[in-house]
Ligand binder design. Structure first.
Ligand SMILES: *[C@@H]1O[C@H](CO)[C@@H](O)[C@H](O)[C@H]1NC(C)=O
Ligand SMILES: [Ca+2]
Length: 310
């Protein structure tokens, strides 16, 4: 589905369903660098084979066999409704590639394991960008799918998660794209999770899926992981941007896009008038929380030419 309005989704949402999106001004993105001068990231931790090339990328795995790496936010995401957009790049030499990477919204953080480099039996949401078909007849790869874990269900790796699939889509050509590849997750706690992908051309978003209402853990961290086996790829995280989405008001019929269930009005505390000081501070606080929980600060290609500062 080609939706030209998606480039300005926030505006559309704001106009149509009374959602107030709190976004950063351009430039704020660049405030937290991948690493501070003491080689620490203020917002994220990483481990295993993950390497950081300051100002360029965070490489979860290199294009070598048997690699595994992760990157997780230090703070949980506490915003109720959010949009997280991630630029990533999966690329490597040769003809066969694998195994893929995952985006996590889980209670666990920084636990290495066999599900694209992170722990199995997780609690929360995993979105897998699976670049190697183990066994899933009739399905085109790369395949992007979501799995909801409840701490006791195992990922069925041999069948590429077929039995675990909440929703998914094929994304042929996602690897080694010529334009920045991106995944965007939009979550409304009372309503749905939607995943869109960008890989065909710049600013062209393709809807991967939209689920019914799902329940995520109270405390959930944003994370990324990847692994290689016999086959390999570089799995790079280039940029992460998180936005807090407020649902303030239910404005009626126009809100019911595509017959989806409507969001409940967002009305914390019950009686605060929008525009009051308390309301204003609440917005700022929520925004701060989502920023801390969901930002990998990054100075993109603009500064990459400078090379490493370390
Ligand atoms: C977890 O999910 C699986 C599969 O949906 C289900 O069989 C199992 O009972 C669930 N376990 C718990 C503790 O809820
Ligand atoms: Ca696979």
């Amino acid at each position: 589905m080609i939706l030209p309005w998606q480039a300005s989704t926030l505006w559309v949402l704001a106009a149509c369903i009374g959602v107030q999106a709190v976004t950063t001004p351009e430039g704020v993105r660049q405030i937290p660098p991948y690493l501070d001068s003491d080689m620490q990231s203020r917002y994220f931790e990483f481990g295993e084979d993950t390497i950081v090339r300051a100002d360029q990328y965070i490489r979860l795995t290199s294009d070598r066999q048997a690699q595994s790496g992760w990157l997780f936010s230090k703070m949980p995401i506490t915003a109720t409704n959010w949009m997280i957009e991630v630029e990533f790049k999966i690329h490597g030499q040769g003809h066969l590639h694998g195994d893929g990477m995952a985006v996590w919204i889980t209670e666990e953080r920084g636990k290495p394991g066999k599900v694209f480099g992170s722990t199995d039996n997780f609690n929360g949401l995993g979105i897998f960008i699976d670049t190697y078909k183990n066994s899933r007849p009739g399905v085109t790869f790369p395949y992007v799918m979501a799995m909801l874990g409840n701490s006791s269900v195992s990922y069925d790796k041999d069948h590429d998660g077929k039995d675990n699939e909440l929703a998914g889509c094929s994304a042929r050509g996602l690897r080694s794209g010529t334009i920045p590849t991106k995944i965007r997750m939009t979550y409304y706690a009372e309503v749905s999770l939607r995943v869109d992908l960008q890989w065909k051309s710049a600013d062209e978003w393709t809807e991967c899926f939209e689920t019914e209402q799902i329940k995520l853990p109270q405390t959930a961290y944003l994370g990324f992981s990847a692994e290689t086996g016999e086959l390999s790829d570089n799995h790079d995280i280039i940029n992460v941007a998180a936005h807090n989405l407020h649902i303030r008001q239910n404005t009626g019929a126009s809100a019911n896009r595509g017959g989806k269930p409507q969001a409940k009005p967002y009305n914390p505390g019950g009686t605060k008038a929008p525009g009051s000081w308390r309301w204003f501070f609440l917005k700022i606080i929520l925004f701060g929380i989502v920023v801390v929980g969901g930002y990998v600060g990054y100075t993109m290609y603009r500064t990459s030419k400078r090379g490493s500062r370390f």
